[in-house]
Write a protein that binds this ligand. Structure first.
Ligand SMILES: Cc1cc2nc3c(=O)[nH]c(=O)nc-3n(C[C@H](O)[C@H](O)[C@H](O)COP(=O)(O)OP(=O)(O)OC[C@H]3O[C@@H](n4cnc5c(N)ncnc54)[C@H](O)[C@@H]3O)c2cc1C
Length: 569
């Protein structure tokens, strides 16, 4: 069967550019020259390296090594080539091994100097940045350097861990213990009981038994402890489009920024199979692709990411330090900041069916990504919801599923869905819309759904249909539980009040507490769209400058406010 060509085949030149001698001279000021003996290690899977490495003399061999001990050469770099991928931008652990072949001389550029280079050297910076992104995409294609998950495909926890790594742009491999000899060998070697699956093997050999996302993230070096003594100019809670936009604009204007997200970057937008109404993308773009660009862009501007890290609370105002905002994290760490942007968005609503939770993960889904679409290939699936996200998911799933039953509470789709989606759904022969329909029961065993029951109209007969996958797209509630006790005013539905909506008539987007701002879906009265969230992310930075300039006159804040003013003139 023909396979699609790999990124290594199609974009090799852009992945592995060679810098000209005059270009190396231009970037020398950003790094330090180091020498390595024959055979020396320049990078090791799972360990944080010194940074981007430009080879000045000699050769360096790059090897893909997985936790099962397989070694596959990827490329050999010579003079003018540079070694690194996205991990080097953020100072994260390497996903490959690198060894000197003969004596090597190299220019090492640390992560913070690399970010400075990318900004100062626009054309060269673009080529380097593109290579770093393409190399990460190449590693994602092969799973190189990522953890190995051993578990049955379709198992709820396997899907949870795969989904978490995919959403965070981290490579992975999954081995099925029923068919893969290496998976069987691992299970025997570590004496794993089938009930303890899935297990995860991380770089460095640590074995995790059905870990939480937080445990896995720490094991693979995705998150690190936060410096408790550091005071950020701004902390942003939520790495959806609103939070990432605020991070890019605040970071690019010189503010020190920390972004925290309890799940992954991208928020709800990252779950969108195809965003077709975002300005500038006439053929549409997957939410993940759009959000990954924003995530990398924010890191280029020096924004620090704490993902996944959950914010559990905002401490109440302290009379002795009124200008300090303290965030409490679920792992008991603390973050101090001069200002705060609440961009924690919204979460999906659930059906009130008593045994729903037991099927979440394996059979009941709140996303329609390639992972879920693969699970449903050739099957009949049910999807509940009448809004745009339901419509998009139905169109997407119809590509893979034999049939999509779209269950809508209202009389027809037109009342709640955009015209273009309604037309598209009407044009699909394998999507059937069931109006005035409500789910009444779920049947199945061991987390696997076997049948769904629903009723059409108040007095309609209950229908039972054999279906293994149910998708729910029935709206969202604000993620504001963590604000309890913080003194921030919310509306009746729990969304954050801002600006003129609060009694104090503060700055635009400012909440009832000075120095705390709210943007995107979490804000009362906001337009629930990616473009609106991004717009508010950009807008809030002006309000942040205005606040910080009056509150804190640190050199960084003053310089950043002055450059912001200059741009506005
Ligand atoms: C499936 C789907 C498809 C969509 N398609 C489109 C589309 O095509 N076009 C369009 O314009 N809009 C679309 N939307 C709507 C759009 O995605 C949202 O309006 C947008 O994502 C809102 O951005 P946000 O940054 O405000 O919040 P969110 O995207 O909700 O991001 C909030 C982030 O905050 C994090 N968070 C929450 N609480 C905490 C906490 N306590 N600690 C740390 N982090 C926390 C969450 O994990 C999340 O990542 C879609 C939504 C969905 C669900």
């Amino acid at each position: 069967m023909p396979t699609s060509p790999s990124i290594m085949d199609t974009r090799r030149d852009q992945m592995f550019p060679v810098l000209e001698p005059f270009e190396i001279e231009r970037v020398r000021r950003f790094g330090k020259v180091r020498s390595y003996d024959d055979g020396a290690t320049l990078a090791k899977v799972g360990e944080v390296g010194p940074g981007l490495t430009i080879i000045l003399a000699g050769q360096v061999e790059i090897i893909r090594r997985d936790e099962l001990g397989h070694r596959t050469p990827i490329v050999t770099y010579g003079p003018g080539s540079f070694m690194g991928e996205l991990a080097q931008l953020a100072g994260r652990p390497a996903l490959i091994d690198a060894h000197a072949r003969g004596p090597v001389e190299a220019l090492i550029i640390s992560p913070d100097r690399l970010r400075a280079l990318l900004i100062a050297e626009a054309e060269l910076g673009e080529r380097i940045m593109r290579a770093l992104i393409l190399r990460r995409m190449g590693l994602l294609e092969t799973g190189a350097g990522g953890p190995v998950i051993v578990g049955r495909p379709g198992n709820g926890d396997v899907l949870r861990l795969e989904g978490f790594l995919r959403r965070n742009g981290h490579p992975r491999q999954t081995l099925d213990p029923d068919t893969d000899a290496e998976a069987k060998a691992l299970i025997e070697r570590f004496h794993i009981d089938p009930g303890q699956l899935p297990i995860v093997l991380c770089a460095g050999g640590q074995l995790l038994r059905n870990p939480s996302e937080g445990e896995l993230a720490r094991c693979i070096g995705l998150v690190r402890p936060i410096d408790p003594t550091r005071i950020y100019d701004v902390a942003i809670v939520g790495a959806g489009p609103a939070g990432l936009a605020a991070a890019v604009y605040a970071g690019s204007e010189g503010l020190s920024v920390l972004v925290l997200d309890c799940r992954a970057f991208g928020g709800q937008a990252g779950a969108s199979a195809r965003i077709e109404n975002y300005l500038g993308f006439p053929t549409g773009i997957t939410g993940m692709a759009l959000m990954a660009r924003a995530y990398n862009q924010a890191q280029k501007f020096g924004v620090e990411m704490a993902v996944p890290d959950e914010v559990a609370g905002l401490e109440a105002e302290d009379d002795f330090a009124p200008r300090r905002l303290i965030l409490r994290l679920s792992n008991n760490e603390r973050v101090s900041a001069r200002s705060l942007v609440i961009a924690s968005g919204a979460r999906y609503r659930r059906l009130s069916i008593p045994n729903l939770e037991g099927f979440e993960g394996a059979s009941v889904h709140y996303w329609a990504s390639p992972l879920e679409a693969k699970l449903c290939a050739g099957q009949e699936v049910a999807l509940v919801g009448g809004g745009n996200s339901a419509g998009q998911a139905a169109v997407y799933l119809a590509n893979q599923a034999a049939k999509v039953l779209l269950l809508v509470r209202g009389d027809d789709l037109a009342a709640s869905m955009s015209r273009y989606l309604v037309d598209r759904i009407r044009g699909l022969t394998n999507v059937e819309v069931l109006a005035r329909t409500s789910v009444t029961g779920l049947e199945g065993r061991d987390g696997m759904l076997e049948a769904i029951r629903w009723r059409r109209g108040a007095s309609g007969e209950e229908v039972r249909r054999r279906i293994q996958h149910l998708f729910l797209f029935i709206g969202a509630e604000p993620n504001t539980d963590w604000l309890a006790g913080s003194g921030i005013a919310l509306d009746a539905k729990g969304f954050v009040l801002t600006g003129a909506d609060t009694k104090e008539k503060l700055r635009p987007l400012e909440t009832s507490r000075e120095g705390v701002f709210a943007i995107g879906d979490v804000r009362s009265g906001s337009t629930k769209r990616v473009a609106a969230a991004v717009g508010e992310g950009a807008q809030v930075v002006a309000a942040l400058h205005a606040y910080l300039a009056t509150a804190e006159r640190t050199p960084a804040v003053l310089a950043s406010a002055a450059s912001h003013e200059k741009r506005l003139r």
